[in-house]
Design a protein around this ligand. Sequence first.
Ligand SMILES: [Zn+2]
Length: 308
Amino acid sequence: MDGTAPTPSRVPPATPGAAALDASALLKSDAGELPFLNSSNSLSDSTPIRIQTTCPATLPPNARWREVRTEQQTIGFVLQRSKRRSIGFLITDDGLRVTAPNWVTLSQIDEAVVEKARWILNKLRDWHARQSRLALAQTLWQQDGEMPYLGKRIRIALGSGRSAAFMTGDMNDPQDGDTLHLPLPANADDARVRDAAQAWLQGRAGAWFGVRLSHFLELSGLRIKRWRLSGAATRWGSCTSDGNIMLNWRLIHFSPSIIDYVIVHELAHLREMNHSQDFWAEVGNILPGFEDAKNLLKHHDPGSLPAF
Ligand SMILES: [Zn+2]
């Protein structure tokens, strides 16, 4: 559970016949653990998240913006005419770019996009996940550094002269750009800034998870023996059959809906110690509409979070 390298693994698909087998296997080893999942697993997902495709601020020369409705969603793309002989698809920093010979009509291009929609959306989804991983991992432990907190990006400030950390704005409802003042001098080195930020985040994780756990325990009528924060490198959470719940404090970086999903996932294991259809039904009973949060979490692996 901790100390080992992250091994992205997939939650077993809910196949009715395999439930009993899963349960015994899970009980023996890592009962009820919710592993980190990497983005490549999202490709086989049945309820993918919508991908925003927006027109870039500047278009390349001879290019135009075009949108096509597909079965899954509307896909916007940059269309560029070229001398090439066939229609080409490319994922760039601005999203999808389609290059097509001059003689191909717009409706033929649209048709090609519709035909390739699944592939395109998978590629775009991977690209978005990569971008958000990069953005998250680039925390600078210094004045004006930014870090994710409850799904928003908050700013680090030093030199407040106070003896305790405090945040401008609402700690329970942060907004992008809110500032966390750490009780350190302006010239504190990176390691001290990182440690102080981590201590504050862990304190917030303890408070936030505790409140949400109580809420869902009351809602579900379930009982646990105890819960604790963990800093495991490989798990978001775990639950043992005798009611010990562990939640990774780094979840505090994510939006409240993702944290709720992990908590409910672990609580649901108190009723179903497996990932069978019954288990997912239980999750859905406690947290209707959990699928979006589940999918979002799949796009985050340990590399997506600030390095502590
Ligand atoms: Zn699980």
